[in-house]
Structures are given as C-alpha cells and as structure tokens.
Design a protein around this ligand. Sequence first.
Ligand SMILES: Nc1ncnc2c1ncn2[C@@H]1O[C@H](COP(=O)(O)OP(=O)(O)OP(=O)(O)O)[C@@H](O)[C@H]1O
Ligand SMILES: [Mg+2]
Length: 264
Amino acid sequence: MSTVAVKPFLEVQGIKKKYGNVEALKGVDLKVSTGEALAIVGDNGAGKSTFIKILSGDIAADEGEIIITGKKHKRLNPKTALAAGISTVYQDLSLVNSLNIAENIFLGREYKKNLFILDEKTMHREAGELLEQLGISMPSLYTEVGLLSGGQRQSVAIARAIHQGGKLLIFDEPTAAMGVKETAAILELIKGLAQQGFGVIVISHNMEQVFDISAYICVMCQGKVAGYMKTDEVNPQDVVALITGAAELEDNINFRGKQYGHAL
Ligand SMILES: Nc1ncnc2c1ncn2[C@@H]1O[C@H](COP(=O)(O)OP(=O)(O)OP(=O)(O)O)[C@@H](O)[C@H]1O
Ligand SMILES: [Mg+2]
C-alpha cells in the first residue's frame, strides 16, 4: 500500500513579532490542514491573537514565512490573505446592521442587473443555497442583520467568509458573548465546516469546547508553541499543565510518560 503525503494548507515557519520591547511571538512554527479543526489555546497574553492577526494580514510579522498551498508569503495584507483563502470571522465588526442577511453575505461584491440596479433575486437565491449547504437556518433573508442574535450574526459572518472564498476560517473566541443554546449551534456549525473540508482554527479558553470541536490542539505559552497534539490522544489536565507552563512537552513526543508523537 502506498501512502500519499498530504500537504498542509498552511505552514508557518519562525514567525516573530515584537511590540516595542514585548516579544509577543518568539518563533512560531505550525502546520494546518483542511478538513480538520485546530484549536489554539494559551493563557492571556500568550500571543494567540497576535498570531492570527498575522495570518489574516492585519499586522505584519517581523520575521518568518507563511506558506499557503505551497506559495511563500513574507507578509500578507487582508486582501492577499483572503485571496489565498484565509478568512478571519469576526462576530460583530464586519456586518452592516442596516442591511439584510443576503446583502451582508454579498457585501462589496453585489450582483448587478445594470449600473444602478442590484440583482436581488439572484443574490437571495445564492445566499439561501449557501446557508442551506452549511446547515444554517435563518428567518427570512430579508431580515436586517441588526435584528439578529449574536449566534445568528456569527452564522452570517461565517457564510460571508465562505462566499468570499475562505478555505481556512479563523475564529478568535467565537462564542465568548453567547448563551448556551447559541454556543451549541455555533460549535456544531464550526464542526460541520471541518467535515465539509474547510480548514478551521479556533482560539478558545474553554477546554470542554476545545475537546468537543478540535482534531488537533496547539498550546501557546509566552509567544511559543509549547505543544501540538492530537486531541483524542491527550486529556484536558495535561493541556492545562502546558498552558500554565507547569509542564513542558519534550520535543512534542514524550509527556507524562505518554507518546504523543506529533512533532511538527
Ligand atoms: N497592539 C499591541 N501593542 C503592544 N503590545 C501588544 C499589542 N497587542 C498585543 N500586545 C502584547 O503582546 C502579547 C500577546 O498578546 P495577544 O493579544 O496576542 O495574546 P492572547 O494570547 O491573544 O491573549 P488573550 O487570551 O488575553 O486574548 C501580550 O503581552 C500583549 O500585551
Ligand atoms: Mg487574544
């Protein structure tokens, strides 16, 4: 039987970032494949948000390389990141409250019948098909986004990210401001994205959530990757020990007598 090496969608090497004297990232290496969710965990100030801001092109790294489907990038901006398929889903910032669901999904890329008239019918049909494909149920697509709940807004933001061409979707604390039911719905949606073949990165402080949705866990501690593990081969206490720096994963292989074996 032959084995085919699966190339990661995204690979970063030696990413460093300083804010003045603060070394937020001290050389991060990581690989992310599509079709599985990666959780990034770590204490406050570990560098998680800085890392994903670099991936989404909001800020530039001081050093290091970002390789997306084999193509090397020294730095990204939001446009080049999205063109390469990386989309960060922000819960609130990116939606326009006064526009309806379909209009938000097509924002900035509307279909037009001519210079002045939008092709509402086609946009609504495509938006409806996309939401159905993603298993997202919504009230009428003519509903203004400002009237939706936090979870529904997040769902619209996810649909838009995919409509814009996102192949790797990044979430920074996606359920932080949500109630129990909404949280469950968003977690199901995120799991479904990975099953449909998208890449998913989720930053979360919630261990239960991390174990529920992820296939791999990356622990960041003080600007470095302190551990990279297959989720079903590790337990929450060990992950917490890595987060707090109470334990170190030697070469990502041997930790507390267990063979994790997922060296990067
Ligand atoms: N714009 C900035 N200017 C100066 N320092 C910053 C800036 N952004 C982040 N930092 C610092 O960089 C380090 C990493 O911050 P970052 O926000 O990436 O952490 P985080 O892991 O996302 O934390 P949290 O879990 O609290 O969101 C911290 O020491 C933080 O204070
Ligand atoms: Mg953060």
